[in-house]
Structures are given as structure tokens and as C-alpha cells.
Design a protein around this ligand. Structure first.
Ligand code: ADP
Length: 478
């Protein structure tokens, strides 16, 4: 049983309620976690508010040291964190070891560097005899709500910049995958953050709702579904809370006639099936020049079928389980729906006959833009191939959905690549490569894929308010 972390101390939920978290590789209960209710939310927000002024005034170089220490502690406990992440989320252990844990540590280091470099500017205002400068100040108390697909990394994407900018935080991990965040918060406490600066509430949607609605929260940073993102816009409306939203996606991958097809197949298999497609930037609809569409589809189907499906802790596994029974059913319903609509299921698209939530990746040919499988976010191992004839029609097709998180382009022609990159409305474009995040650059979406950006200098905008300070330098008052 794991507890809540509020004001520097661990405690059960006020109601005593808890919830189980399962191992998706076999459906067994790993442990239970305290389920925070409104009284706990109130206490956590109170603790964060009480700590806010002192933390905002905490010297920047000391904030930096704390964040750096978190990165060191993550590395010192890397294997334990990787195993927890894999067991709780189904992530392949290799991915947890090589991507999630190092990516989390790197994020803390990157934003440790920012602490001493968050600065205002002296701006040349038109008024004579006036000194004007801007200050970047913390927003205040930040509610950080994270999803189940990359629990550790996404927690770091929010915790590190929020703390670097001098905010106090309450993190609420997803109910399916709380364990690595609980351990991360233990390590943050060990690093020496003052009480109340970092608080943890475990729980489900009800906990998230109560946290988002609390009037003492100044900012919500959320990664998850577009539907919940929309509800947070309403939750934030009363107090006009600041909001950063990283929501759904349905990234198009465009494979031009001149693409290196074998490289495109390898890259798109990973782009589509990394973490079983449970990635918001996953390549999820494939526009292939009609001349190459059959060859691409066959090679994708062969590649997908060759991936060994198994538990995350088996080094031979290339595809782990989906996160939950509920999610597997949702993926399967999309696959059945596509078959019903007339798409041609070339391979996979079935539950694997073993305990846990394993699913064979589905490859579809003959998909048209009107089919749900080409429009809706599946968040699973599904590869719909659509043919195109006219490169000029591509931009309109790629931009036709409400999503705009990522897109991918496979071509040998630089002008095709960069013309498309400029015209596709998405927050990240990957040319001849898989989707990758990096602390140094931007992450976030156009349109219904979100509001604001995470990572890089953009995260500093997300976690600070800008204040202009005016001083009259002339004689008398103005
Ligand atoms: P998914 O559909 O991928 O499970 P969700 O958007 O439902 O993603 O959940 C992402 C995170 O948001 C989780 O931590 C979840 O508990 C939380 N959550 C779900 N519903 C709400 C809500 N109405 N308000 C605030 N947080 C919520």
C-alpha cells in the first residue's frame, strides 16, 4: 500500500480508501494506493500554497542543485525505477531502461540548468525618463495530471520545469500506473525539497477532477485524452486558471514515391508500434504514394507479424501488453469497426490467447479517409494504410482532422520534405525518422491536440507569469 505525500509527510487518504494497480502482463494486482478525496486535495493544495512564497524566493542556484540531485538519485535507482515502470505499465524493460529512466533524469538536468537562466528583459519603452524591465515569476500552485503511457517521463516533463520556475506542485499520476511516480516523489523528498513544494495525490478521475476544480490551484498542466482536456477547460474557467494541455493525436505519416522504402518500413513500424502504439505522437495513418502502397503494406504486415509479443520483462519481447482490459477492448472495437466499414485486414488484429492484455498489431489496406480507423485516435497497435495519387491533395488530407500533434514525412527529396513540413499543422514534424521527444525542444499540439508547449524554453513560458516594472526616472511624479 502506498500513501499520499502532502506537506513533506506520507499519510493514507482521509477516507482510508485505496485502489489496486495491476500488472498488465498477467492482470494480477501489484499493490494498492491511497485514493485521495476532496479533503486530501484540500490539504495538498493548502500545503503547496503555504510553501509557495518561500520556494519562489529560494535562491535559483539552490533550486538547480535540488533538481540535479533528483537526476543523480534517479540514476542511482535506475534499475528499480525501470522495473517498476515496466511492471506497472507493461512497458518493455529495455524501453524503460534505455528511454524512460534516462529521459526522466535528463529532463531534471536540463531544467536544473534553466533555474539560473530564467530572466527578464530591459525593454525600450517610448516614455521618456522611464526604466522598464520585465520579471519572470512563478505562476504559483501547479496541479500536474499525468497519463499511463509514459508515467515517469511525463511526470518529469511537468515537475522539472514547474519547480525550476519556482512553482510548488501537486502531482497526480494515472490510476493505472502510479508506482513509478510514487517512487520518484520518494526520491525527490530524499533530494531535500522543502515540505509542501512537492506533493503527491494518487487516485482516479475523481481525484483529478477535485484537484483541477480547487480554487487554490493557479495552473493545471495535463497530458491525456482530448475529452478530459476539454473538461479541464471548463474546470479552469471560473478562476481563469492557467492551462497547458497535451492531448490526443492521430499523426499522419506520408511515404512519398521516392522514399527509401525499407528505411520507411523500419521507421514506421517503430513509429506506429513503439510501446504498442500507446503514444500520443504515434504514427497512426499512413498516406503512401499509390505506386508504393502495396509494397509498403506487405512489408509493414510482415514486419509487424515478426515482432515477438510478450511480457515487458522478457528480453525477447518486442511488443508488450496494452495497459488494461478496458483499453484492449477499446482497441479491438476499433479494429472490428474498421473491418465492418470495409477496410482490408491484412494481418493481426486479435487478442493473444494468454493471460494479460496482449494484442496482435493490426495492419489494414484499402482504408479511406471517411473510415473511423483513419480519423479516430486508437492509441494502440493499428496501422491503417491509405493510398494517395496527388501530392497536392496530401496536405488537405493530413490536416483534415481535429488533431495536430505530430506528423512524419518519408522522402529523399528535400524540397518535398520541407514544403510539407511547413504546411502540415502539427506541433512536431519528423522527416525520415521516428518520433522522439527531447528536453531541449518543443512538445505539444495544434488544434484539439492541446494548448501551449512543454519542454525547452517553451516550458519556461508555461510555468511563469511575466510582469512589467515601470520606474519614472525624471524629476517630480508622472
Ligand atoms: P486515458 O483516456 O488515456 O486513460 P485520461 O485523459 O482519461 O486518459 O486520463 C489522464 C489523466 O487524467 C489520469 O491521471 C486520470 O486519472 C486523469 N483524469 C481523468 N478524468 C479526469 C477529469 N475529469 N479531471 C481531471 N483529471 C482527470
Amino acid at each position: 500500500m502506498s500513501d499520499l505525500f502532502i506537506g513533506g509527510a506520507w499519510s493514507p487518504a482521509a477516507t482510508g480508501r485505496s485502489f489496486p494497480t495491476l500488472n498488465p502482463a498477467d492482470g494480477t494486482v501489484i499493490t494498492t494506493c491511497a485514493e485521495a478525496g476532496p479533503a486530501d486535495v484540500d490539504r495538498a493544495v493548502g500545503a503547496a500554497r503555504e510553501a509557495a512564497d518561500a520556494w519562489a524566493a529560494h535562491p535559483e542556484h539552490l533550486r538547480a542543485r535540488l533538481l540535479w540531485r533528483v537526476a543523480d538519485l534517479i540514476e542511482a535507482n535506475a534499475e528499480e525505477l525501470a522495473e517498476l515502470e515496466s511492471r506497472d505499465s507493461g512497458q518493455l524493460l529495455g524501453v524503460a531502461r534505455e528511454v524512460s529512466v534516462p529521459g526522466t533524469a535528463e529532463h531534471f538536468r536540463y531544467f536544473a540548468g534553466w533555474c539560473t537562466k530564467i530572466q527578464g528583459a530591459v525593454l525600450p519603452v517610448a516614455f521618456p525618463d522611464t526604466l522598464h524591465y520585465t520579471r519572470r515569476e512563478p505562476v504559483g500552485v501547479c496541479a500536474l495530471i499525468t497519463p499511463w503511457n509514459f508515467p515517469l517521463m511525463i511526470a518529469a516533463w511537468k515537475l522539472a520545469p514547474a519547480l525550476a520556475c519556482g512553482n510548488t506542485v501537486i502531482i497526480k499520476p494515472a490510476e493505472q500506473t502510479p508506482l513509478s511516480t510514487v517512487r520518484l516523489v520518494e526520491l525527490m523528498s530524499e533530494a531535500g525539497f522543502p515540505p509542501g513544494v512537492v506533493n503527491l495525490l494518487t487516485g482516479g478521475p475523481g481525484t483529478g477532477r477535485a484537484l483541477a476544480a480547487h480554487p487554490g490551484v493557479d495552473k493545471i498542466s495535463f497530458t491525456g485524452s482530448t475529452e478530459v482536456g476539454r473538461s479541464l477547460v471548463s474546470a479552469a474557467a471560473g478562476g481563469l486558471k492557467r492551462l497547458t494541455l497535451e492531448l490526443g493525436g492521430k499523426a499522419p505519416s506520408i511515404i512519398a514515391a521516392d522514399a527509401d522504402l525499407d528505411a520507411a518500413v523500419a521507421g514506421n513500424l517503430t513509429g506506429a508500434l513503439f510501446h504498442s502504439g500507446q503514444v500520443c505522437a504515434a504514427y497512426a495513418r499512413f498516406y503512401v504514394d499509390r505506386e508504393r502502397a502495396d509494397e509498403f503494406t506487405e512489408k509493414m504486415a510482415a514486419g509487424a507479424a515478426a515482432l515477438r509479443i510478450g511480457p515487458g520483462d522478457d528480453p525477447a519481447s518486442r511488443l508488450g501488453p496494452l495497459v488494461s482490459e478496458e483499453h484492449l477492448r477499446s482497441v479491438d472495437a476499433h479494429v472490428r469497426g474498421a473491418v465492418y466499414e470495409g477496410a482490408d485486414l491484412v494481418g493481426g488484429g486479435r487478442r493473444v490467447d494468454r493471460p494479460g492484455f496482449f494484442y496482435e498489431p493490426a495492419v489494414f489496406a484499402g482504408v479511406t479517409d471517411d473510415m473511423a480507423i483513419a480519423r479516430e485516435e486508437v492509441f494502440g497497435p493499428v496501422i491503417p494504410v491509405l493510398a494517395y495519387d496527388d501530392p497536392d491533395e496530401l496536405v488537405a488530407r493530413a490536416n483534415a482532422l481535429e488533431y495536430g500533434l505530430a506528423a512524419s514525412i518519408w522522402t529523399r527529396d528535400l524540397s518535398t520534405a520541407h514544403r510539407l513540413a511547413a504546411r502540415i499543422r502539427a506541433g512536431a514534424i519528423f522527416i525520415n525518422m521516428i518520433h522522439v521527444p527531447d528536453a531541449a525542444t518543443t512538445w505539444g499540439g495544434y488544434k484539439a491536440s492541446g494548448w501551449g508547449r512543454e519542454m525547452g524554453p517553451y516550458a519556461i513560458d508555461a510555468y511563469t507569469e511575466v510582469k512589467g516594472v515601470w520606474t519614472h526616472l525624471g524629476p517630480g511624479s508622472r
